[in-house]
Design a protein around this ligand. Structure first.
Ligand code: FNR
Length: 386
């Protein structure tokens, strides 16, 4: 791709040209005023680097492990839904590209290809992202419904609990190595572009036969209709306990941005935390993720690995996140843009581009291995002189 994009921003511009407006808006947009969307990227630009000189950087080693699995670099593929809107091969292409780059893909609950299809196209390490649908609470609710409500309501709630358990078992059977539970989505954030465009939700293979979704709502986007059918606003910490009781797979929680919740997650026995604001698609005016990484890392104090996503667009961003204590980062939109530009090859280019940038950053900052990157390599809250 010599004449192709030279950075992730150019991938985004090309994706914008390639995609129908409705789909580009869906991928690129954030919630409401999109303040957090901009800040996720810009907050990285307020962190400066403090390189060390005269260090032997003739060999750079970016390799790392997560939950015991090897990766060529600390860059994972975040779960993003509906990838067929970007390319007909959707999640299949992304999975192959992630495998070729020796990294881990987190398959979205809202994928177009089923978790079985993705498993059969790629034997590399994969994680599965779940939106939990009622666990322990549902059981209580079921019992409550049983005595107070109609038989239909009872069945509805009971079925909901079954959906999570069924998906989890399918993930286990198909060799997914961890479950990433997204916890910042009790309801769908208000994405105004999708509302205006009357965004249409494509097929979700994983849920076929498990739920029935009305995709013809009277107002809002069809995405909202899908979300209100699949998301569970009663989700609580008890559901994490319930999930742990029905699987042996490690459970990570994605969507934590405060020290308080990070401590609760560790107490609940999770195996990892992803500092994430859902790519600014949920609650607007939450802080940019890089600005809260420090507080979460301190609260967790090494008990479990902490990952970060949101706004990572440069190798220097990855370096900054690692310096502030992240074990690895995940990228969402850049992967989708790569997919929209050139399918599997585009996703590979995006991941490789970021890996190459990180490698160069490590060399120029005097850090031959990831262990050499420390808090002293960054200066936070840099104010640009006026
Ligand atoms: C997402 N994200 C997301 N997260 C999740 O847990 N399940 C999902 O199905 C989706 N779907 C999704 C679709 C699209 C189009 C986007 C852009 C994002 C959030 C995603 O995992 C991640 O947190 C952010 O994308 C990270 O921010 P960047 O890298 O996109 O800035």
């Amino acid at each position: 791709m010599e004449d192709g994009p030279v950075n992730l921003r150019e991938f985004q511009e090309l994706a914008k040209r390639n995609l129908p407006k409705m789909y580009y808006d869906y991928f690129s947009g954030g919630a409401e005023d999109q303040f957090t969307l901009r800040e996720n990227v810009e907050a990285f630009q307020r962190i400066m680097l403090r390189p060390r000189i005269l260090v032997d950087v003739s060999k750079i080693d970016m390799s790392t492990t997560l939950l015991g699995y090897n990766m060529s670099s600390p860059i994972l593929v975040a779960p993003t839904g509906s990838q067929q809107l970007a390319h007909p091969q959707g999640e299949l292409a992304t999975a192959r590209a992630a495998a070729a780059c020796n990294t881990i893909m987190v398959l979205s609950f809202a994928s177009n290809y089923s978790l079985e299809d993705v498993a059969s196209t790629c034997s590399a390490v994969r994680f599965y992202q779940l939106y939990v649908r009622s666990g322990f609470d549902a059981f209580c609710l079921c019992f409550h419904c049983f005595i107070t409500c109609s038989f239909e309501q009872f069945l509805q709630v009971f079925k909901r609990r079954d959906v999570s358990a069924a998906l989890l078992q399918r993930a286990e059977r198909n060799g997914y190595k961890a479950i990433v539970v997204t916890v910042d989505t009790p309801r769908l954030g208000r994405r105004e572009a999708d509302i205006k465009n009357k965004m249409i939700m494509p097929r979700n293979s994983n849920l076929e036969g498990l739920i029935s979704v009305d995709v013809n709502p009277t107002g809002g986007s069809k995405l909202e209709a899908f979300a209100s059918e699949t998301l569970d606003p009663s989700l609580s910490w008890k559901d994490i306990e319930w999930l742990k009781s029905i699987t042996k797979l490690p459970i990570m929680v994605k969507g934590i941005i405060t020290a308080e919740d990070a401590r609760k997650a560790v107490d609940a026995g999770v195996s990892g935390i992803v500092v994430s604001n859902h790519g600014a698609r949920q609650l607007d005016y939450t802080p940019p993720t890089i600005s809260v990484l420090d507080e979460v890392v301190k609260a967790v104090s090494g008990a479990v690995p902490v990952l970060l996503d949101g706004g990572v667009r440069r190798g220097t961003d990855v370096f900054k996140a690692l310096a502030l204590g992240a074990k690895a980062v995940m990228i969402g939109r850049p992967v989708v843009y790569g997919l929209a530009v050139k399918g599997e090859h585009g996703v590979r280019s995006v991941i490789k581009m970021l890996q190459n940038e990180l490698e160069l950053t490590m060399a120029l900052a005097g850090c031959p291995t990831l262990r050499d990157i420390t808090r002293n390599h960054v200066m936070i809250n840099y104010e640009r002189p006026r």
